[in-house]
Design a protein around this ligand. Structure first.
Ligand code: FAD
Length: 753
């Protein structure tokens, strides 16, 4: 790995995480982390001066429950680290949370846990009582982290790893034409680096403006007020194990930290300050009285504890879904942004940097690229529904909530609030008129269901432009290389799966034509697979994520002697050679992606395998399962062979090829989501069976020179189909697969040597 230097402006959540992730991939690169905050080696008390960015805090909530599957996945990954890795786990407390919701049960838009009674509430919050009007729920999974303390510990780890911490205010950027080459500091110092990341939280848009960068990031800067109070020893003992208390429509009361400090957030007042000012976070708190009233109401025993901090703290919020901005800056080189924490970014301290690094290196995959790039497609699931300033010059009063807007900005979209079925935890269709607060919580299966059953997505971007951008990005990357042993066991198992059992093959046994399809299997982690379980290594950006195997051609360029054999170490090199936006006859847009794979043994390239996949838009509205057509007699041919694939044979083929695509084994998914009448037979399995029939009538171990094939219609498990093969004419044999209803599933031509 080349040692590419990196300068990161902002040592908050995003900046620090990025520095550590860059160190992992570039062990001896020069990394500078720049912040106006003093170095942890000299500061004694965080927040001692007026510089109090969002990352610095008494406590932050850590939760994995998100309505958006992308953020749910990201948060689960982070949570795992919060539980297991030092120093993160040393500051994390799995306290759970209790939600006191003023809405009636029927009205409750969000279920943040299981309903609990007054008794449990009073046990969790001693010496408190609650009016009858509240519905109370509890979830034990979330927790909180001692934010500033943890940030400081992580910063020390970074410095131990040789990351240079530069304390000072950045005032500009250095340029060589459109290439950003460094950062200019107020004291005149210049810090140059190969890549520059702006991770300045809410200061980012103002800084870019100041530097004369024309690109604008669609975002708002919004704020939350907080008060911290200090308990005495007795009070601390009483409340130290309390869960987080969430009061939708009002705010949160955090458990006390080890300094006996309780923080009360008031989430009813968001406004956009002057983004050009550095003092975005201030120690003023215009809603101080409201914060204190909340404490008096919910924890009356603490009514007169001394106040130690008043804050008004800001974050950069993107519109309309509070996605992060992790992106290159258009038309400028080597300049990137990682910001837009949108009041939920802190929990990703352990892992967000990995994604920033991938973005810089051009290896970040969808959906992240699309969610986070400047001008990308926002998530369908707003993270918090109340943080966005709405309208221009407007002061909106939703019940008890005030939302102030930055003057002059009338681009803030209105968020359609969706109401949720309390029992099923599923959204009710259609927008609701009432204001809802805080967090939408679903379990993962419901998330999937919702994604595939409601039509709320924004209109897809054109397939042609997505395809050309995707092609340009993919072709700028090096080809994927994968070396493996052609092991005997895999061939043995594949033969058994095809009902052509053989004894365990010896080294040197030739690999039958197309059997390489069971080697070089994809190796993505489950969380990186598509929602339909498919491998996403070559997926174009959303919405074109529904993959189908369309066809291709294979050439055995080295012939039989120098061909692939058991026991060889073979390298597969894969290049993306094509991405084209197209339309089906019915007018549906799609992206056709072509890859070329070369399989190379000790003699050189033995097989070239070019294959095409069609990527259709992801399913927004589930399709009705198709009915079985009327059976018709099979066509005749010179050679024929019939198959009925069982769920077991398809499962075994999926397992052998490490293929998680649900269409091959999940009948419910096939019928209820994708509109297939049953599980779908794998394209490669059909190809192998077709070529096997040809082999069987051409002397067994023979290799063809070339095979071309096209999948024309799905073939289904449990349904009989027939391979029909003609007589060879001029070295070419036509083959097709026809189902019991007269539908052609695949056509191919096999050319002999
Ligand atoms: C009140 C509040 C409560 C929140 N609660 C939670 C929660 O419970 N859970 C959760 O997950 N998230 C929460 N968040 C969100 C989370 O805190 C933020 O999303 C996250 O910390 C943002 O990190 P950042 O690195 O983008 O920005 P910041 O933390 O703002 O860091 C930016 C850094 O850039 C530096 N900087 C800016 N300009 C310059 C300059 N010119 N020169 C040098 N340095 C500069 C600043 O000093 C700062 O350190 C909350 C946010 C707020 C405001």
């Amino acid at each position: 790995m080349t040692e590419i230097s990196l300068a990161i402006l902002g040592a908050g959540t995003f900046g620090l995480s990025t520095a550590l992730a860059w160190r992992k991939t570039h062990p001896s690169a020069r990394i500078s982390l720049i912040d106006v905050k003093p170095s942890p080696l000299v500061r004694t008390e965080v927040n001692a001066n007026n510089i109090i960015p969002a990352s610095e805090d008494v406590g932050k909530i850590i939760r994995a429950a998100y309505a958006s599957p992308e953020y749910a996945q990201l948060a689960s990954e982070a949570l795992e680290i919060w539980h297991s890795e030092s120093p993160y786990r040393d500051y994390f407390h799995q306290s759970g949370w209790v939600v006191a919701n003023e809405l009636t049960e029927a009205e409750i838009s969000i279920t943040e846990g299981n309903p609990i009674g007054r008794e449990r509430y009073e046990e969790a919050f001693p010496a408190s009582s609650l009016d009858d009007g509240y519905v109370i729920t509890e979830d034990t999974e979330p927790g909180w982290v001692e934010a500033s303390k943890c940030l400081e510990a992580v910063l020390r780890v970074a410095m131990d790893q040789g990351i240079e911490y530069v304390s000072g205010e950045a005032v500009g950027l250095l340029w060589q034409e459109s290439r950003c080459t460094g950062i200019k500091m107020r004291d005149g110092k210049e810090i140059s680096a190969e890549n520059i990341v702006l991770a300045m939280g809410p200061w980012t848009p103002g800084f870019l403006q100041k530097c004369g960068v024309a690109a604008s990031i669609p975002c708002e800067v919004a704020g939350v007020t907080a008060v911290s109070v200090k308990l005495d020893e007795n009070e601390y003992r009483t409340y130290k194990d309390m869960p987080i208390l969430m009061i939708p429509g009002a705010g949160e009361i955090m458990p006390p930290d080890r300094n006996r400090i309780i923080k009360i957030n008031n989430t009813t007042a968001f406004y956009a300050p002057d983004i050009s000012s550095l003092k975005i976070s201030t120690q003023e708190n215009p809603y101080f009285e409201e914060n204190m009233a909340m404490l008096r109401k919910f924890l009356p025993a603490l009514s007169s504890v001394p106040v130690v901090v008043r804050r008004h703290c800001f974050d950069m919020v993107t519109t309309p879904a509070q996605d992060f901005v992790i992106s290159a800056i258009p038309e400028l080189e080597h300049l990137f942004v990682a910001a837009g924490g949108s009041f939920h970014g802190w929990k990703f301290l352990p892992n967000i940097g990995r994604y920033v690094v991938k973005m810089i290196e051009g290896t970040l995959h969808p959906p992240w690229t699309e969610l986070w790039r400047i001008g990308g497609t926002p998530s369908e699931h707003p993270i918090h529904l109340e943080v966005m300033p709405r309208g221009s010059h407007a002061t909106v009063d939703f019940r008890r909530r005030r939302v102030y807007c930055q003057p002059g900005n009338n681009n803030s979209p209105t968020i359609n609030l969706t109401s949720f079925d309390h029992k099923s935890r599923l959204p009710r269709p259609g927008p609701s008129s009432h204001d809802v607060t805080s967090l939408a919580v679903f379990t993962m299966p419901h998330i999937t269901r919702r994604l595939y059953t409601t039509a709320t997505s924004s209109s897809p971007t054109s397939a042609i432009s997505i395809a050309s951008q995707f092609l340009a990005t993919s072709q700028s990357l090096p080809p994927l290389k994968h070396t493996q042993l052609l092991d005997a066991n895999q061939l043995h198992l594949l033969s058994a799966t095809l009902s052509r059992p053989i004894p365990l093959p010896q080294g040197g046994t030739p690999l039958p034509a197309c059997y390489h399809l069971a080697y070089f299997t994809p190796s993505q982690r489950e969380q990186d697979l598509g929602r339909d379980g498919s491998d996403t290594t070559f997926n174009p950006p959303r919405p074109f994520t529904r993959r189908m195997w369309a066809g291709g051609e294979l050439e055995w360029v080295a012939g039989k002697e120098k061909g692939l054999k058991i026991g060889q170490r073979v390298t597969e090199t894969t290049r993306l050679v094509k991405a084209e936006g197209k339309r089906t006859r019915a007018g549906e847009e799609m992206v056709v992606v072509g890859v070329e794979k070369e399989l190379e043994n000790e003699f050189g390239v033995a097989v070239v395998d070019r294959r095409n996949w069609i990527f259709r838009p992801e399913i927004i509205v589930s399709k009705e399962p198709a009915h079985k057509p009327v059976e018709v007699p099979f066509p005749h041919g010179k050679y024929t062979r019939e198959f009925t694939q069982t769920p077991v044979s398809l499962f075994r083929f999926s397992a052998l090829t490490f293929n998680g695509h649900k269409i091959h084994y999940d009948k419910e998914w096939c019928r209820q989501i994708e509109g297939h009448r049953d599980i779908v037979v794998h394209g490669p399995l059909n190809l192998i069976n077709m070529v096997d029939l040809w082999r069987d009538f051409n002397g067994g171990e023979v290799l063809p020179r070339k095979v071309t094939y096209r999948a024309t219609s799905p073939l289904y498990g449990g349904e009989k189909y027939r391979i029909v093969m003609d007589e060879e004419k001029g070295k070419v044999t036509d083959v097709k697969i026809v189902d019991s209803y007269g539908q052609i599933g695949m056509v191919g031509q096999i050319e002999s040597v």
